[in-house]
Design a binder for this molecule. Structure first.
Ligand SMILES: [Zn+2]
Ligand SMILES: [Zn+2]
Length: 99
């Protein structure tokens, strides 16, 4: 059984908060809680079979937007991504503060 989807633009439902996210080819995380899915080896390649939940553990401001630091809940790998324009980081900052 081959499971090779060559799709880059995909809609998905957030695994954490249930938000419907419409993919635009760049966004692969939830704009509401920033959770993502472990699907890439290199950004955008969707070549990773892990499919674990990527939990945002921190963010850091960069020139435009923020760098998001993720940890995969399945394989423990730590990766970074960057925020997209439509992201609302307020919820994440509140969650971070309450941890
Ligand atoms: Zn979410
Ligand atoms: Zn993983």
């Amino acid at each position: 059984m081959s499971e090779k989807f060559q799709k880059c633009v995909e809609d998905f439902q957030c695994l954490n908060c249930g938000q419907e996210v419409s993919g635009n080819g760049f966004t692969d995380h939830c704009p509401n809680c920033l959770y993502s899915k472990h699907v890439d080896i290199n950004p955008g390649d969707r070549a990773n079979n892990c499919r674990g939940i990527l939990k945002p553990i921190n963010i850091a401001p960069k020139k435009s937007g923020y760098t998001i630091f993720y940890k995969c809940l399945s394989c423990d790998l730590e990766i970074t991504n960057k925020t997209a324009e439509q992201d609302d980081i307020t919820n994440f900052l509140i969650t971070l503060k309450n941890q």
